[in-house]
Design a protein around this ligand. Structure first.
Ligand code: DP6
Length: 351
């Protein structure tokens, strides 16, 4: 498919309308880090969609008023966010030709702490894209649910790359890869019947090591890959990692899964350390947690492991395979002490 296929219908009828949608966040296992123009990813990525970490958004559209956007986050007006959304709407006009023909009041709230560093752009743009598709359905006519979801993913990507993966449950792939139907333009669900059951019942406990703003925005971070001398090798490695990943997912090989997922997380951070300027986003607590996880695994053989976002928090991953009670006790007793204010968001993957 090409972007042309997402162009909007020139005929539409607008009216005042309020729509609400909710969208979960996601955590990447093979990471997207580096992109080209028009939000084309430099390599394919795969993520787990979360269950509890969500953004709930209401969009009020006032037809035939001068185009403007007002946004509220948890009841508080956010002018900077409104500017970002305004720019985003201007950017996607060809796909939703009615979009600049009214005024918007957008109210949004996250189910996770605002300053937690959990990616709110993924769930945030996911929820807005879903709202836009609901409006589009009323103004331009109905399409199939499948097409509407695909276009929501396409639109979400143009807001924030990782957001396109949040439109689907389970394991989700964005970027051309060996996965059937995958595309750089939108995300697709990884085929459920090619996933071993052990990966369908998984926990992600996000340890909030350092609350507050990240020291590198993802826009700046992706940009740093343009001059990183290791970038091409990294993009190639991410593509290659889809080979073993497919095999691991089908066979349920937990040991190889753990190795691959942790390698991806550390590679992401290694890329930032090798960028110019360099960034070290891990904090002391991040390192303490990683070392304790490795010691625990060595001593018990239990499947406790981690992944990282572009920040200091640690996503602690473990399956519900009978070992989870032991693992949860260990996290409570040994890992929570490295968080700020005992901060942890306990989530599960949504299948
Ligand atoms: C490290 O999707 O936030 O979380 O496209 O610029 O909005 P933009 O970036 P964003 O980048 C996410 C990067 C990551 C890895 C991932 O989610 O794959």
């Amino acid at each position: 498919m090409t972007a042309q296929e997402f162009l909007g219908k020139e005929e539409f009828t607008i009216q005042n309308q309020t729509v609400s949608e909710s969208c979960p966040s996601n955590i990447a296992l093979i990471k997207y880090w580096g992109k080209y123009e028009n939000q084309i990813p430099a390599n394919p990525s795969i993520s787990f969609t979360l269950n509890h970490c969500k953004t709930n958004t209401t969009v009020e559209f006032f037809a035939d008023e001068v185009f403007s956007v007002q946004t509220f986050l948890a009841g508080k007006e956010e002018v900077k966010f409104a500017e970002k959304i305004e720019k985003y709407f201007r950017n996607i006009e060809q796909y939703l030709p009615w979009i600049l023909k009214g005024k918007y009041v957008i109210k949004t709230e996250n189910t996770f702490p605002h300053s937690s560093g959990i990616a709110s752009s993924a769930s945030g743009f996911g929820a807005i894209a879903k709202c836009l598709m609901k409006l589009d359905e009323t103004f331009s006519g109905k399409t199939s649910e499948e097409e509407s979801l695909r276009k929501a993913s396409f639109l979400a990507r143009l807001g924030s790359g990782s957001a396109c993966r949040s439109l689907y449950n389970g394991l989700v792939v964005w970027g051309e890869s060996q996965v059937r139907g995958s595309s750089d333009l939108f995300a697709v669900q990884y085929p459920n019947d090619e996933i071993h059951n052990v990966f369908k019942n998984f926990n992600d406990w996000v340890l909030l090591i350092h609350e507050g703003q990240k020291s590198v925005s993802s826009t700046v971070g992706h940009g740093l890959m343009n001059t990183n001398p290791y970038a091409d090798r990294r993009f190639q490695e991410a593509r290659e990692n889809f080979g073993p990943m497919k095999d691991i997912l089908a066979t349920g090989d937990m040991q190889r899964f753990i190795k691959l997922v942790e390698h991806e997380a550390l590679t992401l951070h290694a890329m930032m350390m090798m960028s110019d300027p360099a960034f070290i986003l891990m904090k002391t607590g991040t390192m303490e947690v990683i070392n304790k996880i490795w010691d625990f695994r060595r001593e018990t053989g239990l499947p406790l492991f981690f992944t990282l976002d572009a920040g200091a928090n640690v996503h602690v991953l473990f399956p519900n395979d009978g070992s989870e009670e032991k693992i949860k006790s260990f996290i409570e007793a040994e890992l929570l002490q490295h968080t700020q204010n005992n901060g942890v968001v306990k989530d599960v993957m949504k299948f």
